[in-house]
Design a protein around this ligand. Sequence first.
Ligand code: BTN
Length: 248
Amino acid sequence: MGLTPRTPAEALAGPIVHMGTIGSTNDRARELAAAGAPDRTVLVADRQTAGRGRQGRTWVAPPGHSLTFSLLVRTEDDQLRDLPIVAAVAVCEACERIAGVEAQIKWPNDVWIERRKVAGILIEARPQESWAVVGVGVNVNTSEDEFPPELRESATSLAIASGSEVSRDELLDAMFERLTGLLDERPEAALDAYRTRDALFDRQIEWSSGAGTAKGIDERGNLVVFTGEGKRVALDAGEVHLHGLRPP
Ligand code: BTN
């Protein structure tokens, strides 16, 4: 573990800590946050032994072929609320810039290329202490056979999608630049950018207590759905887990 010199893009962030093998960058970033680490501290891991995903899932990524990092953001409530939108847009824009792919967002903040997941984001916020940790995992140069059999249909990597190997360093730089850039911009910019990449728009979706047609996100990041009876429902990402997507 050590601090490394910064490129111009890295200078936009706080301290960057490169870890070798670690349990989970999110766990470590949360410990550092509680211990007073500065805003925009970044932890990058070569390999995670206990990577975590949303809804209690694990996040497994082959070392050397993926990007796993966490960013500590110290800010006020409004910006914490907007983080899922900002993070999803930043990850899309960085992937597009470095790999030349077209990325979409599957609410709340999975990143898809051609309807396959290329990146996941786990945000863990402590609003009472005005901080959150944004954990990002990207399949960068992962090959088909490196995905577990049950994920081969639904996962992809930047290399698979673009047809050529992608520099993890350049991608990381672009991630920092977009994350810090969007955090410092007006919130509507990220919201507009999210809406242009909304993979669920007009799709039929199901969740534990209902089904309907997705019609975009509101200004709080809730997914707006119209049920068969024409009722408008706003789904909260913290509470609702989508069960199914019907084919378009
Ligand atoms: C998901 O799609 O469920 C979210 C996956 C988030 C994975 C990243 S990898 C870096 C950071 N550390 C973790 O333990 N998880 C996040």
